[in-house]
Ligand binder design. Structure first.
Ligand SMILES: Nc1ncnc2c1ncn2[C@@H]1O[C@H](COP(=O)(O)OP(=O)(O)OP(=O)(O)O)[C@@H](O)[C@H]1O
Ligand SMILES: [Mg+2]
Length: 302
């Protein structure tokens, strides 16, 4: 029944990870939060919207190049097409994630804004219709841009996580992202959808010993108030090591990695609570009780 279709997609819990600057930690955040939610028993789908394919490669280095990708999904124009292109990942088979699952719609090096000109800004929203029946949370890993690929995520998602480094120029970029989100209010309201809600601003690669980082955190708090997530994600060399090993932080055998995973678990529980969904509240409680310990947080100075 056509008039029910918008409701289906909007009832899925879809989150877009945004920053117009590159290298600020979007992919790290999306993957670490996806892993945390899966470890708590959640069914998570990550859609790799970035033509760099970083998330896809990290989740599964052996993902075949010829696999049906997000490029094909957007071209299909079929409601729910993304669900047919959702692959289980290597991370899903780790014991730490066995309670839930973390699937991926693989990224594609051909995915450019031109593809959205051809297939419409609502292509992703159409492709994700019905996702809520199979997944508790859908995470969209975006390229560093405010272009059409990113704009298509503002049609599909109901929540946004804004990622920034603790630097003035990165924080200025947050204002551009915020006004991009505002530009979609009318579009969404015409479809009967509520505005995309900023779930939180995540400060990544934070070093509490640096005055300029503390100043930058204060600047974000001034602009975003309680939407500025606490704690910020500390900058630690182990992130590179876990990345090179294609391992989620929560499964990497290292105390600092566990500490960072605890931070991401806390932020994930804040994220899922923004949906005000009773089932997800249970997930948030498990995230807090099972994945966050004071010792772990102390290990990263939080
Ligand atoms: N907390 C951290 N501590 C140290 N290094 C980090 C941390 N978070 C991310 N990094 C590193 O910073 C680099 C950029 O991170 P990431 O790929 O997540 O950013 P991104 O915003 O997705 O980048 P892009 O815009 O290119 O997609 C990566 O090499 C990553 O390993
Ligand atoms: Mg990235």
């Amino acid at each position: 029944v056509p008039h029910q279709q918008p409701d289906l997609s909007q009832s899925a819990h879809i989150v877009t990870f945004l920053a117009n600057k590159g290298g600020v930690g979007k992919t790290q955040a999306a993957l670490s939060m996806g892993a945390a939610i899966a470890a708590a028993g959640g069914r998570v789908l990550l859609v790799d919207m970035d033509q760099q394919r970083n998330a896809t490669v990290l989740l599964d280095p052996d993902m075949p190049d010829q696999a049906f990708t997000v490029f094909d999904v957007l071209a299909a124009g079929e409601p729910g097409a993304a669900l047919d292109a959702a692959y289980p990942t290597a991370w899903s088979s780790l014991p730490a994630l066995s309670a839930g699952r973390l699937d991926v719609v693989p990224g594609d090096s051909q995915l450019t804004d031109q593809h959205l000109i051809e297939h419409g800004l609502d292509a992703l929203e159409v492709a994700l219709r019905g996702a809520g029946e199979q997944y508790d949370v859908v995470l969209l890993d975006c390229p560093p841009s405010t272009g059409l690929v990113v704009q298509s995520t503002l049609v599909a998602a109901s929540r946004a996580v804004l990622v920034t480094q603790p630097q003035h120029l990165s924080i200025l970029g947050l204002q551009q992202i915020s006004s991009l989100i505002d530009q979609f209010d009318q579009y969404r309201s015409n479809h009967g959808w509520s505005a995309v809600q900023v779930a939180g601003v995540l400060i990544s690669q934070y070093d509490s010993r640096r005055t300029e980082h503390r100043d930058a955190q204060a600047e974000v708090r001034e602009g975003f108030g309680t939407l500025c997530w606490n704690p910020p994600v500390p900058e630690r060399a182990v992130v590179q090591k876990a990345t090179a090993a294609h391992f989620p932080l929560l499964a990497y055998p290292d105390a600092t990695a566990k500490g960072l995973a605890s931070v991401f678990a806390r932020l994930s529980s804040q994220l899922v609570r923004t949906f005000h969904d009773p089932y997800l509240a249970g997930l948030a409680n498990r995230l807090s009780s099972e994945q966050i310990t004071a010792d772990d947080l102390t290990a990263v100075g939080v």
